[in-house]
Ligand binder design. Structure first.
Ligand code: AHR
Length: 496
């Protein structure tokens, strides 16, 4: 095997646009993902803007969060939207049966979600309750959100609750994981229900793309059935795939920190399976939808470890380290390679849950290594994908053998070309030579996310251990880019 990386960037063969919503986020009523993490209420001592944490808003705006999926997840198929409207004090408390058995006082409801989207300038993705509520409930929720000012009873009720103008619902989830927590359905039954709920949910305020509850991992039979029965009635099919380090055993996933190199290696190998899952689900979708009208929406992805020591296991709290940064870079590169079909995605989850952007503890907040990777990839939002073919040496550890380096490239909306390189080998710095076709580079600058240890992370005491640094290991001359790519790093280069 070669001990250097060679790549060819074809800027002369531009691909599809990378939809900004591929950089979307997921925020569920789960643990402190919303309550405490985003919403503290107006009476809180934590600085807030109308009840939303100011530190969190500012951090999320800085990475231009394009879209947020809410309210679940498993939570969505037990959620009744009427519990979350009207005067906050009059809203009923409910037990969150999926996540920790704690009370949810419903103080964060539709108006609060929409207020968050307004403050972030983000598109909306609302997941409807298909598992335990009738289709009329979904239809009425959509009417409540989108009916014109002063029109229907529900529009007037919305106005009485403080918002006369309609909102836009850009995406509507037709249930969540209907094969599991959404109702343990067979694919045929789920597809029939999908058609039924989709039929009666009508936005009165612009297009609303309907996303069916899709497969998990390699469940190709689910995709086949959903596309066959529902393909014409939906705009997207969701794919959920979580990276679990060990043998994909839900009860023994491994810790978020202090793991051996073997678990680093299996984490990377399992993450790379996303490529195969997307390719094979897309091939099935192509049979029913050769025009690629229906998107594959990877609306739950990321790492899932054993819960943080001492935390409520139902809260899915975990630290986030350099390993997560690499996982993020690998997945974002894979999505870029499939920009034609993957036009929306949501990492699980935005704040305090699973592979989070931000962690909070009372008034404190910390940006994770994953946050910084999303920061590096900002030029990818809305950019044109450029093909980049990579020949990489392999990384070997125990039973794992995988290519060490992954890449993606784009031409951004201002015309500038950017290249992302991810070196998942934790031990080896690799020389990279990229031949450039269709673009001249006189100079190159860049930023890197890396760290001394595989589990380098940011704590509340030391919040800046992992953060982007200026990268000086790349040179450009005419048609060639040469890079000295450090071990365990994500590098984004800007060609000039
Ligand atoms: O993200 C946590 C949970 O994982 C979601 O609620 C569910 O859809 C998935 O199983």
């Amino acid at each position: 095997a070669p001990d250097s990386v060679t790549a060819t960037l074809r800027a002369d063969q531009p691909g599809p646009q990378i939809h900004p919503d591929v950089f979307g986020q997921f925020a569920e009523h789960l643990g402190t993902g919303i309550y405490e993490g985003i919403w503290v209420g107006t009476k809180s001592k934590i600085p807030n803007d109308g009840g939303y944490r100011r530190d969190v808003l500012e951090a999320l705006r800085a990475i231009k969060v394009p879209m947020v999926r809410w309210p679940g997840g498993c939570f969505a198929d037990e959620y009744h939207w009427r519990d979350g409207i009207g005067p906050s004090k009059a809203r009923p408390a409910k037990v969150n049966t999926n996540w920790g058995g704690v009370n949810d006082d419903n103080s964060f409801g539709t108006h609060e979600y929409m207020g968050l989207m307004d403050r972030l300038g983000a598109r909306t993705y609302v997941s409807a309750n298909v598992g335990s509520a009738p289709p009329a409930e979904t239809a009425q929720w959509v009417e409540y959100m989108t009916a014109p000012k002063d029109s229907t009873m529900l529009a007037k009720e919305r106005a009485r609750n403080g918002h006369a103008e309609p909102w836009k619902v850009q995406y509507l989830g037709i249930g969540n994981e209907l094969w599991g927590c959404g109702g343990n359905m067979r694919a045929e039954y789920a597809a029939d229900l999908t058609n039924r709920y989709a039929q009666f949910a009508k936005s009165a305020n612009g297009p609303m793309l309907k996303i069916a509850s899709g497969p998990s991992d390699s469940d190709y039979a689910w995709t086949e059935t959903l596309m066959r029965i529902s393909g014409k009635h939906i705009d997207g099919l969701a794919l959920h795939y979580y990276t679990r380090p060990r043998n994909k055993d839900w009860n023994d996933k491994g810790p978020a920190l202090g793991f051996p190199e073997r678990e680093w290696a299996t984490t990377m190998a399992h993450t790379l399976e996303m490529e195969e899952f997307i390719t094979k689900h897309s091939a099935i979708m192509d049979k029913y939808d050769p025009e690629k009208r229906v998107m594959l929406a990877v609306d739950e992805w990321g790492t899932w470890y054993d819960p943080a020591p001492g935390s409520n296991p139902g809260f899915l709290q975990q630290q986030n380290s350099l390993r997560d940064a690499i996982v993020a870079g690998l997945n974002l590169n894979i999505f870029a390679h499939h920009a034609d079909r993957v036009r929306m995605a949501a990492i699980a989850q935005m704040v305090n849950v699973l592979q989070a952007m931000l962690l909070t503890d009372g008034p404190r907040m910390v940006k994770t290594p994953t946050y910084w990777v999303f920061d590096l990839y900002q030029p990818w939002q809305g950019a044109t994908a450029l093909p980049i073919e990579v020949k990489s040496p392999w990384y070997h550890k125990d039973e794992v053998a995988i290519p060490a380096v992954s890449a993606s490239a784009v031409r951004d909306t201002a015309g500038q070309v950017h290249v992302a390189l991810v070196n998942l080998d934790p031990n080896r710095t690799l020389p990279v030579t990229v031949s450039l076709a269709g673009v001249q580079a006189g100079a190159v600058t860049g930023r890197i996310v890396t760290g001394a240890a595989m589990d380098a992370h940011n704590s509340f005491e030391q919040p800046d251990t992992v953060r982007p640094q200026a990268f000086t290991g790349a040179q450009a001359s005419g048609g060639t880019l040469t890079v000295t790519l450090p071990a365990k790093s994500v590098v984004v280069l800007d060609l000039r």
